[in-house]
Design a protein around this ligand. Structure first.
Ligand SMILES: Cc1ncc(COP(=O)(O)O)c(C=O)c1O
Length: 390
């Protein structure tokens, strides 16, 4: 047997035997995997439906259009959608490129406060191509909405990026829109609002989080987190930006599209439209809250004191000042529990060490875990931290 299949078998075993609490991961259906592993990987389809650079694309045209229509249905929107981004980072790359020139300014959530690398980090293209400034969270860990108007006036951005990788509360998209509109009115500018809903897209689809549609100019997302599709990205935009967004993806930043992945995205959209998916997302939110409450009951500090979505952040800095997020991550790995270290607001340690961990319930809810299973896992984690690390 090829070494590759040996490794895939080992990974399948690992996935079956470990407790997966990484907030950005999930388990896709057999059908998504079938689509992604299909013959569609054999074909070059540069361009868009009806306008390809290669012959033989008729099935792909129909598939890509179907995928696009299905995602519009999922989010009940007439926003234009591009399903070609290879990943969330590529979606953000093209979203910026469609409305910014290199050297323009973006205002986004600070990485240490829960933002993402592609939201202006100095080690990422977004912080190298654009001048990036940040808003953050207040002393309780909630987005500091009150500080945003002053930041807008100070840094005069052309784009405000709204969204996060590690934020456990509802994001008030309408409030951001109001603040951006007021700034544009005061300065006669045309600052665009981009929402990166990668983490919460599944909650938006199921009505468990307010929707950014009708509010943001551009919306980007990954497809593999709470949306439970294959690894990939998508961009939605107001119809007037469609041409710019499409050309920022192809030919702007990508070549041939990954049609096998687009097929997987279409299956994920079909699944997201079912009542079972809505029930699944409801359960994700309940399970996250129950597990978070269990940690609070056991004396842990939770950033913002709770959660509204599929994840929460444990701050170890006061309860276990000598224990780092990395130590917890590594120790739990030894016990077959997977989660990730995470910075806490006003983090004193480096991002490689951190004083917190991020915990999510989307993956184990897919595996059928109930609230009591999440409570037991919280107790196990507490025991390991107390007995083996503190
Ligand atoms: C908010 C957010 N945006 C973008 C991305 C990037 O997605 P990808 O890893 O597919 O490039 C992530 C990934 O974790 C994310 O959390």
């Amino acid at each position: 047997m090829s070494k590759v299949f040996e490794l895939i078998a080992k990974e399948e075993k690992r996935q079956n035997e470990t407790v997966e609490l990484i907030a950005s991961e999930n388990f896709v259906s057999e059908n998504v995997r079938k689509a992604v592993g299909s013959v569609l990987t054999n074909k070059y389809t540069e361009g868009y439906p009806g306008n390809r650079y290669y012959g033989g694309c008729e099935n792909y045209d129909e598939l890509e259009n179907y995928c696009r229509e299905m995602w519009q249905k999922v989010f009940d929107t007439d926003y234009h959608v591009n399903v070609q981004p290879h990943a969330g980072s590529q979606a953000n790359y093209a979203a910026y490129m469609s409305v910014l020139k290199p050297g323009d300014t973006i205002l986004a959530m600070d990485l240490n406060n829960g933002g993402h690398l592609t939201h202006g980090s100095s080690v990422n293209f977004s912080g190298k191509m654009y001048i990036s400034h940040f808003y953050g969270v207040d002393d309780n860990g909630f987005i500091d909405y009150d500080g945003v108007p002053a930041r807008l006036r100070e840094v005069k951005p052309q784009v405000v990026m709204v969204g996060a990788s590690a934020y456990s509360r509802i994001i008030d998209f309408a409030k951001f829109r109001e603040m951006i509109d007021a700034y544009n009115a005061e300065f006669g500018t045309d600052c665009k609002m981009i929402v990166d809903m990668s983490h919460i897209a599944g909650l938006v689809a199921a009505g468990e989080h307010p929707s950014p549609f009708g509010i943001a100019d551009i919306i980007t997302t990954t497809t593999h987190k709470t949306l439970r599709g294959p690894r990939g990205g998508m961009i939605f935009c107001k119809p007037e930006l469609a041409r710019k967004v499409d050309s920022a993806i192809f030919p702007g930043s990508q070549g041939g599209s990954l049609m096998h992945v687009i097929a997987g995205k279409a299956i994920a959209a079909e699944e997201a439209l079912t009542p079972e998916y809505k029930e699944y997302i409801k359960n994700v939110v309940i399970n996250t809250r129950v597990m978070c409450d269990k940690f609070i009951e056991m004396g842990y500090d939770i950033i913002t004191g709770g959660t509204d979505n599929h994840l929460f952040l444990v701050d170890l800095s006061k309860t276990f000042p000598n224990v780092t997020g990395k130590q917890v991550q590594d120790k739990l790995d030894e016990h077959g529990i997977t989660l990730n270290k995470n910075c806490v607001p006003k983090e004193a340690r480096s991002p490689k060490e951190t004083s917190g961990v991020r915990i999510g319930a989307a993956a184990m809810t897919t595996k059928g875990w109930k609230p009591e299973d999440f409570c037991k896992a919280a107790e196990r984690i507490d025991k390991i931290i107390r007995e083996e690390l503190a």
